[in-house]
Design a protein. Structure first.
Lengths: 130, 229
């Protein structure tokens, strides 16, 4: 885990975002055990209080769950998992649209380019994996 | 909790602290920030009762400091106070003789953490390693409060990172830490509370995560506002 934190957003919010990304990309699988608060603080090099806060918020949002005294786990709730994915996609699209709108270009033109980029990106990625 | 209440201190005719008030909670890292010469070290000295106050009051968990307090709170000065001819082992023995709260197990763990050998002489250590031993001698005491004076100054980046890592670990967890610095970039994301000091007064005291959350400002942003007015 290597996260670069910016200095203006609350660190706990950035930790939660990191978890959401890991969930959306499948690095964290549903039901997977997550590090303890102390381990997380050590790995991300953050204040243990911040790790605690992030876990508390994620627990309340249903992203993780804890049974009795066992280590916490990533939720298995399909609805929550889907919502995380949707949220990240929406955010990325918003940011993209926001920046492209200022250039004054039609949606069709942009979409064609996006599709094209998707294809070439896939090819280069293919090489990387072989 | 450490409560500093309207503390005034002058050296001769020079007013170093002109009514400083702030609190530092247990289980939190409180950072006293200010450029050189604003009274950061003097504040730590007054908390430890190493220098008498002219007026004001300092309470540690509701009590005035007394001889028993030194098993509960410790001060890590900016330079090591052990004799240079001592080995690390001898320095640890010295601490053990002086303090009931000395925890050798933790000291040994810290030695491993910093990758240092106890047979080495303090005199022969590099500046960075000497700073680490200085820190070790304070951290290995089972005390509730740790005061650290400029633990990062004049130390290479890898040693600074190693020292910053201490703050993310159980070595500091659950204790109250007051740290002074004029350079916060190493620990900006680690501190719970900032106290901005200038010219003997507290200009601003705030919780860093709350500041980011409610105003979207980094500590440096706030410093710019406060100091450059």
């Amino acid at each position: 885990m290597n996260v670069h934190f910016n200095k203006r957003d609350p660190v706990y919010v950035q930790v939660i975002r990191h978890f959401k990304e890991q969930i959306a990309t499948g690095v964290f699988e549903p039901g997977q055990e997550i590090p303890s608060r102390r381990e997380l603080a050590g790995r991300l090099k953050i204040n243990p209080n911040t790790a605690q806060r992030a876990y508390k918020e994620m627990e309340e949002a249903g992203l993780i769950y804890t049974e009795r005294n066992l280590p916490s786990r990533i939720t298995k709730d399909e609805k929550v998992l889907r919502a995380v994915r949707e949220e990240l996609i929406d955010e990325a699209v918003d940011a993209f649209v926001h920046s492209i709108r200022s250039i004054n270009v039609s949606a069709d033109d942009v979409l064609d380019r996006v599709k094209e980029k998707f294809e070439t990106d896939k090819d280069t990625r293919g090489y990387g994996n072989d | 909790m450490i409560e500093v209440k309207d503390v005034k201190k002058k050296f001769g005719r020079k007013h170093v602290l002109k009514g400083v008030s702030f609190t530092a909670n247990k289980g939190e890292i409180t950072c006293v920030i200010g450029i050189n010469g604003v009274g950061k070290t003097t504040i730590l000295n007054t908390i430890m009762n190493l220098t008498p106050l002219n007026s004001g009051q300092i309470l540690i968990d509701g009590e005035k400091i007394n001889k028993h307090s030194y098993e509960k709170i410790t001060f890590i000065p900016d330079a090591i106070t052990m004799l240079p001819s001592m080995t690390i082992r001898e320095a640890m023995q010295f601490m053990d003789d002086f303090y009931d709260s000395w925890n050798q197990e933790r000291a040994t763990e810290l030695l491993g953490f910093f990758k240092l050998k106890e047979t080495e002489k303090i005199n022969n250590l590099s500046k960075g390693n000497r700073a680490k031993i200085n820190l070790l001698l304070g951290l290995a005491l089972d005390v509730d409060y740790l005061l650290m004076d400029e633990p990062f100054s004049g130390i290479d980046m890898f040693s600074r990172e190693q020292i910053a890592d201490v703050f993310t670990s159980h070595l500091v967890e659950d204790r109250g830490v007051i740290i002074t610095t004029h350079e916060i970039s190493d620990i900006e994301h680690l501190i719970d509370k900032s106290v901005l000091l200038d010219n003997g007064v507290v200009l601003k005291e705030f919780n860093t995560e709350d500041m980011r959350e409610t105003e979207g400002k980094s500590i440096v942003d706030v410093m710019r506002e406060v100091y450059q007015q």
